[in-house]
Design a protein around this ligand. Structure first.
Ligand SMILES: [Zn+2]
Length: 120
């Protein structure tokens, strides 16, 4: 469901990292010169790394499930409700993940591969 936007985000983050490193090396941009600003390459690379971690956490979000099994999403592997087990997600995980991915993609809305349907 979210494969395209995940791939889009991975490509944008890879591109951002390459551009930061290229400009850092080619134009002599230094952390000392831009310390404390959004243009500090160390900070910019840290932001790319943090976004990658957020992306990994968002996409690995589990379906709801309670250990005592009074409730489990139908899509959760341990759903014990025989009538619902193996069904579509009914815990809202897909909507939560989609919303977060769309927010992460919003800064790239001017990219030609960005889809307007992703706009939150
Ligand atoms: Zn679910």
């Amino acid at each position: 469901m979210n494969g395209d936007i995940e791939q889009f985000l991975r490509e944008r983050l890879d591109h951002d990292e390459r551009e930061i490193r290229r400009r850092w090396n080619r134009h002599g941009v230094t952390s000392e010169k831009f310390h404390g600003t959004p243009f500090d390459p160390t900070r910019a690379l840290a932001e790319v790394g943090a976004k990658r971690q957020i992306l990994a956490e968002v996409t690995s979000e589990a379906h709801y499930w309670c250990e005592d099994n009074w409730y489990a999403c139908a899509a959760h592997v341990d759903c014990a409700d025989e009538d619902r087990a193996g069904g579509s997600c009914d815990c809202g995980r897909e909507e939560r993940v989609t919303r977060k991915l769309r927010l992460l993609a919003l800064p790239y809305a001017d990219h030609p591969d960005y889809r307007e349907e992703w706009r939150p």
